[in-house]
Write a protein that binds this ligand. Structure first.
Ligand code: SF4
Length: 428
């Protein structure tokens, strides 16, 4: 039996795409093995959103070659979309961009028969949504469902629109079918994801993100978690409709990027800090204890010390439950890469460190507010004493005697280093 191994870098959309490509290999009779094992085919699903993601993508190609010098190497994803020719020089046998993943096995066979490396990269400017499908995830409790692709906002720092193409949305029927299958396969939580989820349905008459979420909820999934949202999508109407769907987890990732209005303007983001705060307040009106998570970039082009201070104090003021902090990564081809004033690496690192400290305090403050409460936990992974899982707010909890893939009411009794100790509440 032929074997295939995957390594996935980057975001949840990439994770979904990898699982979907893996499903194609499994359906064609391949056996899935770990990336460190000797495999006949290695698939590296790449990321170029930061310099680190790009460097690691190249590293993994070298590692695959090292694991089996005779293996067939597939390079997929955003790096493949941008640098196809270069990847052939690096030893790829098939370069497949952000389309045609459904036919990955066919393309592998084509290259094997032709005895030469091939490139399958299309211009995505007018692409349609590619309906991929996942049979089963490596994670047994939580599944990702991609409902949207592409972005045409062109924030000045971001390379994504250049490699993922324009906005396209999965049809409600296709979402429903995929959700049905996942529920039937025993998944208890579905994470709805997309490159720019807030654009779901744009350009299509009469469908909205709320319709997509409702379609999934109608399949009786216990939990729905939403991927990253833009603050601009949150208004009273959206929050009220969302709140009418009980399966939606009260954890919202609202992309921030900077807490300084002048930086947001240079980034060409679509909101001010005041509008951001307003979106958070609307969410909290409907979900009083909800978790707000975000991403922040430190040391963006020409960011002054004062702007950095503004960003720190804004992040501190919101009460985030989690903040992903990134030093700005200059991506060639973007508008910000051409901005004349770039910040020194050591300054970016220091600012990211300061932001991480503020974020950590905020995370602990939010979490400690849950001590003593009884919360619902979906256990995902067995441990020596029981299992670890997550609350709807995405708080991490370990409880003695808990079992993987069960949901229990748990009293949170202790919090340390980002994880709660919980006691299963038998009365609940
Ligand atoms: S909204 Fe901005 S940051 Fe997000 S993917 Fe689109 S261009 Fe990139």
């Amino acid at each position: 039996m032929m074997t295939v191994a995957f390594h996935t870098l980057g975001c949840k959309v990439n994770q979904y795409d990898s699982e979907a490509m893996l499903s194609e290999f499994i359906n064609a009779g391949y056996q899935h093995v770990a990336f460190d094992e000797k495999a006949d085919i290695y698939v590296i699903n790449t990321c170029i959103v930061t310099h680190t993601g790009e460097r690691k993508s190249f590293q993994m190609i070298r590692r695959a070659k090292h694991n089996n010098p005779n293996a067939f190497i597939v390079v997929a994803g955003c790096l493949a979309q941008r640098d196809s020719e270069k990847l052939l020089d690096k030893g790829a046998d098939l370069v497949i961009g952000n389309s045609d993943r459904k036919d990955i096995v066919k393309h592998v066979n084509e290259a094997l028969e032709a005895k030469r490396a091939i490139i399958k990269v299309k211009d995505l400017r007018h692409a349609h949504f590619e309906n991929l499908s996942v049979e089963s995830y490596s994670d047994k409790t939580r599944a990702i469902l991609k409902i949207q692709e592409g972005c045409d906002r062109y924030c000045t720092y971001c390379i994504i629109p250049y490699v993922r193409g324009g906005v396209r949305s999965r049809s409600i029927e296709s979402i429903r079918r995929e959700a049905q299958k996942l529920v039937k396969n025993g998944y208890r939580e579905i994470v709805l994801t997309g490159i720019h989820l807030s654009s779901y349905g744009r350009g299509q008459e009469g469908i909205s993100l709320i319709d997509a979420i409702s379609a999934v909820a109608e399949e009786n999934i216990e939990r729905i978690r939403l991927g990253s949202l833009e603050p601009c999508i949150i208004d009273e109407d959206f929050a009220r409709k969302l709140n009418d769907i009980p399966a939606v987890c009260p954890q919202f990732h609202l992309s921030l990027q900077s807490g300084s209005d002048t930086v947001l303007k240079r980034m060409a983001r679509c909101y001010t800090t005041e509008e951001y705060t307003n979106s958070v307040n609307i969410l909290r009106k409907y979900y009083p204890d909800c978790a707000i998570t975000t991403d922040v970039i430190c040391g963006f082009s020409a960011e002054t010390e004062q702007e950095h201070e503004e960003s720190l104090s804004f992040v501190d003021s919101i009460g985030f439950s989690r903040v992903h902090v990134f030093p700005y990564s200059r991506r060639s081809g973007t508008a910000a890469a051409k901005m004349s004033e770039q910040i020194l690496k050591e300054i970016k690192t220091r600012r990211a460190r300061e932001m991480t400290a503020v974020a950590k305090k905020s995370q602990d403050r939010y979490a400690k507010g849950f001590l003593g409460k009884v919360v619902s936990v979906l256990f995902e992974e067995n441990t020596d004493i029981g299992a670890i899982g997550y609350t709807p707010e995405y708080l991490r909890v370990e409880a003695e005697g808990a079992k993987q893939n069960s949901i229990a009411n748990v009293k949170l009794v202790e919090y340390s280093k980002g994880i709660f100790k919980g006691v299963i509440n038998t009365e609940a």
